[in-house]
Design a protein around this ligand. Sequence first.
Ligand code: ADP
Ligand code: MG
Length: 210
Amino acid sequence: MLEIKNITVNYESRPLFTNLSLTIQRGEIVALTGPSGSGKTTLLRCIAGLEVMDAGTILLNNNDITNRPAHKRQIGLVFQDNQLFPHLNVSQNVGYSLKIQRVAKQTIATKVHEALDLVGLSHLADRSITNLSGGEAKRIAVARALVAEPEVLLLDEPLNGLDSELHSRLLEDLRALLTARGTTTLHVTHDHAEAATIAHRVLDLRQLFS
Ligand code: ADP
Ligand code: MG
């Protein structure tokens, strides 16, 4: 489904990773671990189309998307710090990618409602984004990433910095949601227990170089 072949990224002519390859099957949840600074976020940004690669190819459903702009890749990304838009309310944040794609207003409203339902927050539709708890903001970031029904979901340490009770609750909800929908997912975490709970397969970034 998602094939990453021999990608290389250099920063200031120093290689961050060289010939990194990874294949993820449809519906598979893969957790990716690795030390801080090893390039996990950079890899997700490459897959999402937010990073310029020095070499390599990315295939999605056998189509070469290496040079396709981010908004045309059908890949959802949840950033480590959510990166919600402070000037938009909850519904507008969730519907943002659909608006960019010029989806009809009524369709956006329906899909936003469904996505908020999915994360259990339909009652917050009109809430200001600056007025959310940490757990709510995280759920909104997940809803925003899923609203356009991406082929692949990328999660960058999504449960960092949450207290342990909220962490377990969100992890279980996320696992149930992704499993029920059969969402193909790459979940980055440095927490090995979290990786083992959510993923079908756990890999360390350092295993991916050839
Ligand atoms: P991780 O997510 O595994 O902690 P990152 O992908 O964020 O790692 O970063 C990997 C390394 O690349 C770090 O040393 C970081 O400082 C460096 N790096 C990240 N982005 C840039 C950039 N735009 N320019 C130069 N160096 C960068
Ligand atoms: Mg990172």
